[in-house]
Design a protein around this ligand. Structure first.
Ligand code: TMP
Length: 202
């Protein structure tokens, strides 16, 4: 397969497996296809990303503050990291991106509209492929340790998150893959989407 820049995002509710599948996809593209891949995630490793990780444990942070911080982290992440890697010809995989903000921040408050979230994120480049991993929140949370739960890891909140991901995916034409299946099957479906895209570009 010929190396060309491609920006791929895996997104979805907590516990859907975006991290596991991003790592597996990187391994597949590198070892079976011989491609250069840069794997990254949001919140990013920047100082803003580290602050956000702290705030994910703190229910006192207003959703508007979260939205602005995620947007600032993304702006830095895109301008200083993702854009550079794409210019160097890498395939970039981001474990979560703008769709996480659109969904998680807008379901938290009537003050936060999808349009406003798009506005505060308007300087970043958009992915070439967005894949939404869909999972029933009850199943997703059953896999987690109660003591380590972050503030968004609550079944009724994640039900709303799931609904909005599905609505947005249909509106925007994103790929939706059920993450209830075993890992190998889910990963195979992700790989098929990416390979089809790479073939269409060559
Ligand atoms: P994760 O690393 O386990 O995916 O956790 C990140 C959490 O942050 C997850 O609950 C989703 C949330 N989040 C937002 O609310 N908005 C965002 O823009 C991003 C990137 C993540």
């Amino acid at each position: 397969m010929k190396q060309k820049p491609l920006f791929i995002v895996l997104d979805g509710g907590d516990g859907a497996g975006t991290t596991t599948h991003s790592q597996l996809l990187k391994g597949f593209l590198e070892s079976s296809q011989g491609l250069k891949v840069y794997l990254t995630q949001e919140p990013s490793q920047s100082k803003i990303g580290i602050l956000i990780r702290e705030f994910l444990k703190n229910k006192e942070i207003p959703p508007t503050t979260d939205a602005l911080l995620f947007a600032a982290d993304r702006d830095l992440h895109y301008q200083n990291e993702i854009k550079t890697k794409l210019e160097e010809g890498y395939i970039v995989i981001s474990d979560r991106y703008i769709e996480s903000s659109i969904v998680y921040q807008s379901v938290q408050s009537d003050k936060i509209s999808v349009d406003w979230v798009k506005q505060i994120n308007k300087f970043v480049g958009l992915p070439d492929i967005t894949i939404i991993l869909d999972i029933e929140p009850k199943i997703a949370l059953a896999r987690k340790d109660d003591e380590d739960l972050e503030k968004f890891e609550d079944t009724s909140f994640l039900d709303k998150v799931r609904n909005l991901y599905l609505i947005r995916a249909k509106q925007e034409g994103y790929f939706i893959i059920s993450s209830d299946d075993i890992i190998e099957i889910v990963q195979e479906k992700i790989q098929e989407i990416v390979i089809d895209k790479l073939k269409s570009m060559s």
